[in-house]
Design a protein around this ligand. Structure first.
Ligand SMILES: [Zn+2]
Ligand SMILES: [Zn+2]
Ligand SMILES: [Zn+2]
Length: 138
């Protein structure tokens, strides 16, 4: 088991289990947002869907991954790049969906624009999805 995976899990106060390592490994290798069924497809020989589901939930709770909203309505997840010790943890970045390969990825270099809402509205979360052709397909 690669050291990197163990240390990422430990830095998020997570015990290392085989499923957690494999799910994390899949995220690290694919470098794109993955849905539950994407993970199931990759890992189904080793883990059942409930175990994968629980692992995703744990990762979400520990700020290891965040939700990525796609236009398909399927919830996808992507790795958080901030370390767990960082006080300010947000997902205020742009997500990009490629029309050719269908992959959605985080573009952390671009922060979301500040938007002021009308009086009486309280914003909690903002998602910005850009459609286009990614750098691998263009
Ligand atoms: Zn995060
Ligand atoms: Zn692409
Ligand atoms: Zn993201």
């Amino acid at each position: 088991m690669p050291l990197k995976i163990n240390s990422i899990l430990k830095s998020h106060q997570l015990r290392v289990t085989n499923c957690r390592s494999d799910v994390l490994d899949t995220f690290l290798h694919k470098e794109m947002a993955l849905s539950h069924s994407d993970l199931e497809e990759t890992l189904q020989e080793n883990y059942d869907r409930v175990t994968i589901y629980r692992t995703l939930k744990t990762f979400l709770d520990h700020d290891l991954i965040h939700k990525v909203l796609d236009d398909t309505g399927v919830v996808k997840y992507a790795l958080c790049t901030h370390s767990a010790s960082e006080e300010h943890h947000d997902h205020e970045h742009v997500h990009f969906k490629c029309e050719k390969c269908g992959n959605t990825q985080c573009i952390e270099e671009i922060s979301l624009p500040q938007i002021s809402l009308p009086k009486g509205f309280v914003g909690k979360e903002m998602n910005l999805l850009i459609h286009g052709i990614c750098d691998k397909c263009s």
